[in-house]
Ligand binder design. Structure first.
Ligand SMILES: Nc1ncnc2c1ncn2[C@@H]1O[C@H](COP(=O)(O)OP(=O)(O)OP(=O)(O)O)[C@@H](O)[C@H]1O
Ligand SMILES: [Mg+2]
Length: 215
C-alpha cells in the first residue's frame, strides 16, 4: 500500500484538483484507492460525490468498486490497510506534515510564484519522510527561469524530484471543478492539452509508486 499526500501551505494551488484526478485515474485502472479529505473544507469529498453531499464528520462512502472516499480532517483514518493506494488531500497548513506519514508528498506549485512558495515550505518538506514530487501547475504562466530554478532547487532538497509533466492553465481543468467530474469527462475536456497533461501526470506518479504494471 502506498500513500500520496498532496500538500502545499498555499490555498487555491491545485491540491484538490490533483488529488481528485489521481484518485479517479487510479480507480479507472483497478487500483484499490482510498481518497481522504484531510482538509476541513471537504472539497475532495464533495467533488467525488458529484457536488451533492453534505460534508460532515464520519462521512465515508463508496464511489465505485475501486474508489472509496472518507472525510477525515487533519489525520489519516486508522483503517487503510485494505487499499493499494491512499491519496490524501491536505489542508493548506504546514502542521499537516507532522501528523501524516506518506510515501510521496506531491506538491503543486503555481507557475507564477513557484520559487517563493518552495522557499516558504522548504523547512516543512525537510521534516517529511518519503519522496517529494514537485509539479508546476499553470506552468505556462512560469518563465523559463522559474522552470530552471525549480530544477536547481529540487537538487538541493533531499528526496525531491520535479515531475517532467507540468500542468498548463486550462479551461477544461477549471471546468472539471465546476462539473465535479474529471477533466476527461467534462464537455470538450477529453483530448485537450490540460487533459493530456493531467493524465500523463497521474500515470507518472502511479508508475513512481510501483503501479506501472496496472496502467
Ligand atoms: N491547471 C489549472 N487550470 C485551470 N484551473 C485550475 C488549474 N489548477 C487548478 N485550477 C482551478 O483553481 C482553483 C483552485 O484549485 P484547487 O481547489 O484544486 O486548489 P487547492 O489547492 O485545493 O485549494 P484550497 O487550498 O482552497 O483547498 C479551482 O477552481 C480549480 O479548478
Ligand atoms: Mg483544496
Amino acid at each position: 500500500m502506498k500513500t500520496i499526500a498532496v500538500y502545499n501551505n498555499k490555498g487555491g494551488i491545485g491540491k484538490t484538483t490533483f488529488s481528485v484526478h489521481v484518485a479517479l485515474y487510479a480507480a479507472k485502472h483497478h487500483i484499490r484507492t482510498l481518497a481522504v479529505g484531510l482538509d476541513r473544507q471537504g472539497d475532495l469529498c464533495r467533488w467525488l460525490a458529484g457536488g451533492d453531499c453534505e460534508v460532515q464528520d464520519g462521512l465515508s462512502y463508496r464511489h465505485s468498486d475501486y474508489l472509496h472516499v472518507v472525510y477525515s480532517p487533519m489525520e489519516l483514518p486508522a483503517r487503510i490497510a485494505n487499499y493499494d493506494l491512499v491519496i490524501a488531500d491536505c489542508p493548506p497548513a504546514i502542521e499537516i506534515v507532522d501528523s501524516v506519514t506518506a510515501d510521496m508528498w506531491l506538491v503543486p506549485l503555481d507557475g507564477r510564484l513557484a520559487m517563493e512558495n518552495l522557499g516558504n515550505i522548504y523547512p516543512s518538506l525537510r521534516r517529511t519522510k518519503g519522496t517529494i514530487t514537485l509539479v508546476l501547475n499553470r506552468c505556462d504562466l512560469a518563465g523559463k527561469r522559474v522552470v530552471e530554478g525549480l530544477r536547481e532547487a529540487a537538487e538541493q532538497i533531499p528526496n525531491a524530484v520535479v515531475r517532467g509533466a507540468p500542468i498548463p492553465a486550462s479551461a477544461a481543468i477549471a471546468k472539471a471543478a465546476e462539473y465535479f467530474r474529471p477533466v476527461w469527462e467534462v464537455p470538450y475536456g477529453k483530448g485537450t492539452q490540460g487533459d493530456r497533461a493531467i493524465q500523463q501526470l497521474c500515470a507518472d506518479l502511479l508508475t513512481d509508486c510501483g503501479f506501472g504494471g496496472k496502467l
